[in-house]
Design a protein around this ligand. Structure first.
Ligand code: ZN
Length: 407
């Protein structure tokens, strides 16, 4: 602050002086003092930007900026460029620029703009619209860019740059009786959770991630064998995959349907039965609570997501997803009844599930049973009942595809 600035400062009202002083102390002072006290800068920015990742899909390019904790940021658009300033943050060691070149996004540059601000610059080839939103736990800033691609997406190398598990694409076997798959060529099966995320855990230690992987593997096999449709699994082993990566995989492989398989949990141990969700604003408190649980976040965050969901849903196949949910719920419940008398049909519901956000094909989330309910849990642990569950979901997909062929 020079003398003239000081005179201006002295003329201001006390609260405004305080505000400026606070701004100086938090923004300027660390910058000025950082060279002398490196520890101060570190203490100031305990928050760090830990990872940059991107996915290219036929419709959009997504950038994910992982931050070690929730951080304040600003977002600016310029011709051919977008940039974000993340405040109170440092770049973690090893985080580097990305070279993308997928016809939409040329590259992403990251720099320590000042002692406590990280700037991320996206150089663009083309842009029609962009969306910026956040995911929490871990906190990530997501930027979706839409525009006219100058090149075919297939021409880009390494489309999913850091996808840990390679999607297991297997050639469909010849079905016994040829089922007319029509325009449905590929289905993505997404067993929920995995790795360090166990999903719901029952009082006796049954983990959602293990059960849904078994059901998912059986389901993929049935789709290939019975329907003769190519299947890609988001995970076929016990690994963790971030929620936004799951639909990105589905978009990338050009999936026509997306099915996420889960098992429910409730504090009310009597709660039991089967329900199927599609993406929409939560219509009930219960749906919002379940979404919070599956999203791994708080109810408050869910209401924040609801606020941006309307925009994000521009490409979501709402009616088709509702129709798909209907067919799967109906078939799954009918099939489950043959092996589990009295199993409850909780019906089709709507909720703001992260895992369905960004899907460009009809997509649903199936809650196969409640691991928190003793009877449901016992059933779901049996390999025979897992098979019945997979069969029920497959029959629902078959019903949906058949109805498309008739239309
Ligand atoms: Zn789940």
């Amino acid at each position: 602050m020079n003398r003239r600035d000081f005179l201006k400062y002295a003329a201001l009202s006390a609260p405004y002086q305080q505000l400026l002083l606070r701004q100086f102390l938090t923004r300027e002072a660390p910058l000025l003092l950082a060279p002398f006290f490196p520890a101060l800068a570190l203490a100031q920015g305990g928050t760090s930007v830990t990872e940059l990742k991107h996915w290219s899909t036929p419709d959009y390019t997504r950038l994910s900026i992982a931050v070690s904790e929730e951080a304040r940021f600003e977002y600016h658009k310029l011709p051919g460029r977008l940039y974000l300033d993340i405040f109170g943050a440092r770049i973690a060691p090893g985080v580097k620029d990305l070279s993308v070149g997928d016809g939409l996004l040329k590259s992403v540059r990251i720099a320590q703009y000042n002692a406590s601000t990280v700037r991320v610059v996206l150089d663009l080839d083309s842009i029609k619209e962009s969306k910026v939103f956040t995911f929490s736990d871990p906190f990530r800033i997501i930027v979706d860019i839409k525009g006219e691609r100058r090149q075919e997406i297939s021409a880009t190398k390494e489309v999913i740059e850091t996808a840990k598990p390679e999607p297991v694409a297997e050639k469909a076997k010849k079905p016994k009786e040829r089922f007319k798959a029509g325009r449905i060529r590929r289905i993505v099966v997404d067993p929920g959770h995995g790795g360090h995320d166990p999903g719901a855990v029952s009082p006796t230690g049954t983990r959602e991630k293990d059960i849904v992987l078994q059901v998912g593997l059986k389901l993929a096999e049935k789709i290939r064998e019975e329907l003769g449709i190519d299947t890609v699994m988001t995970r076929s082993t016990d690994v963790f995959i971030e929620l936004q990566e799951r639909t990105a995989i589905a978009n990338r492989v050009g999936a026509d349907l997306f099915v996420s398989v889960h098992a429910n949990a409730s504090l009310n141990r009597n709660a039991n039965g089967i329900e199927t969700y599609y993406l929409n604003l939560a219509k009930t408190e219960k749906a919002a609570q379940l979404a919070a649980k599956e999203n791994g976040t708080s109810l408050e965050k869910v209401s924040m997501l609801q606020a941006v969901l309307f925009d994000l849903m521009a490409n979501y196949k709402l009616n088709d997803s509702a129709h798909l949910a209907d067919e799967v719920q109906k078939s799954l419940h009918k099939k489950a009844l043959t092996a589990y008398p009295g199993v409850k049909n909780l019906g089709v519901k709507q909720g703001p599930f992260y895992v369905l956000v960004g899907a460009t094909m009809p997509s649903i989330l199936v809650e196969t049973a409640f691991v928190s309910n003793e009877r449901d849990e016992q059933k779901l642990k049996e390999p025979e009942y897992q098979d019945v569950t997979a069969e029920g979901i497959m029959l629902g997909l078959k019903g949906y595809i058949s109805s498309l062929n008739k239309a």
